[in-house]
Design a protein around this ligand. Structure first.
Ligand code: NAD
Ligand code: DAU
Length: 353
């Protein structure tokens, strides 16, 4: 049966990758893509599918009750996949308010509208509908040298970003607990791949290497992130949406833990061998650490593997090559993204260090 997806934040990094993934995998679907087009949203990410009749783009804010309601009236929405968010930790440290507005209030608005439109009786909903909240491992806080986050690890967010994501998760859970609202939450580790805005570690370092700009490593660079190629995340979301047990949380990550300094050196190594031999580790500049910087994230993906058969298909070594290669082949995309307000942001962040 034809499914209609309401994808929020579909002009951002993971949302646009997810839409490409869906349209390649399923013929008979409709994707209604609602995105406010903040600094992080870019319709160029979707240029290949803008004329595809199965993809319908609407510029709107997820906090806008009327605009979202209209989409539910005009389309028989089966799935909501909520990617829309303010997603950058550094920005949340300087401007937390917008994180609460979009990530918490926006999610609540979506929950209320979906609940109203999907309801068929007291605590019953149209068959086959589901709300999927795309969350993050950052809600669990930070790990020491050992151990992993499981779905029952207590929430312990440290940044305004992760606090807003944890709050949204709690509302989604509360709607299941209170109203039996059909939902899943996925909590994924750090993604990388095509179309990622160059404020995040990997595209920022690739872009700076290619432009021979210094590479700002926060503190000692020994913080650890669990890197997942974005397509593997898209596959996990699709599986959970289709087969995940209602009301459940699924962690998504593939034991690809690397220190930040290792990641930066891997990029330098590839660029110096494949592109420009004058690029070297001399570009690395250790700068003031991020406030409240989480030391280590590490996902235990046992539940999604055992219940849904999901496993990552791309190793970090393969994924980082694919990613650098993509940015090399899409220099125009990077030029467009880094013109305008990006310059201002970059100078504010790193200009005087
Ligand atoms: P992104 O910043 O690249 O994209 C966010 C998108 O949301 C943008 O297109 C933006 O225009 C849109 N948006 C922002 N505010 C909006 C609003 N009020 N209404 C409608 N649209 C709005 O983010 P991303 O990296 O693609 O992350 C997507 C989701 O996945 C987020 O919820 C994030 O918390 C989560 N996540 C990200 C990662 C990661 O490594 N990037 C890992 C785990 C989870
Ligand atoms: O873990 C999932 C999270 O991953 C997502 O929920 C967030 O939306 C996403 O932004 C990402 O958060 P991080 O803070 O881990 O990602 P970021 O790319 O900003 O930073 C990765 C690591 O690199 C982190 O330890 C900070 C460090 N860093 C980052 C930048 C931008 C640097 O050392 N230098 C930099 O210039």
């Amino acid at each position: 049966m034809r499914k209609t997806y309401l994808v929020t934040g579909g002009a951002g990094f993971i949302g646009s990758n997810f839409i490409h993934y869906l349209l390649k995998k399923y013929q008979d679907i409709l994707v209604v893509n609602v995105d406010k087009l903040t600094y992080a949203g870019n319709l160029e990410n979707l240029s290949e599918v803008m004329n595809d009749k199965r993809h319908f783009f609407v510029q709107a804010d997820i906090c806008d009750q009327q605009a979202i309601e209209k989409l539910f009236i005009e389309h028989k929405i089966d799935y909501v996949v909520n990617f829309a968010a303010e997603s950058h930790v550094d920005r949340s440290i300087t401007d937390p308010d917008v994180f609460v507005r979009t990530n918490v209030m926006g999610t609540l608005n979506l929950l209320n509208i979906a609940k109203t439109h999907w309801k068929t009786g007291d605590d019953t909903y149209r068959k086959g509908v589901k709300f999927q909240q795309v969350s993050t491992d950052e809600v669990y806080g930070s790990l020491g040298l050992e151990g992993f986050f499981t779905e029952t690890t207590p929430l312990d967010p440290h940044s305004p970003y992760s606090a807003s994501k944890a709050s949204a998760d709690l509302f989604v859970k509360a709607y299941y607990d209170t109203y039996k609202f059909p939902m899943n939450i996925t909590r994924c580790s750090n993604n990388y791949g095509p179309y990622q805005f160059p404020e995040k570690l990997i595209p920022l370092m690739i872009n700076n290497c290619l432009n021979k700009k210094s590479l700002p490593v926060y503190g000692d660079g020994l913080q650890v992130r669990d890197w997942l190629y974005v397509e593997d995340h898209c596959k996990a979301i699709d599986l959970v949406l289709r087969n995940g047990r209602i009301g459940e949380v699924y962690n998504v990550g593939g034991h690809n833990e690397r220190t930040n300094i290792f990641v930066v050196k891997s990029i330098i190594d590839y660029v110096s061998k494949q592109v420009d031999s004058t690029v070297s580790e001399k570009l690395i500049k250790h700068v003031t650490d991020r406030k409240g910087h989480d030391r280590r994230y590490g996902i235990d993906p046992t539940k999604i593997k055992e219940e849904l058969g999901w496993e990552p298909e791309t190793t970090f070594e393969e994924g980082i090559k694919l990613t650098i290669q993509w940015y090399l082949e899409h220099k125009e995309w990077m030029d467009h993204i880094t013109s305008g307000s990006y310059q201002h942001y970059y100078e504010q962040m790193y200009g005087n260090r």
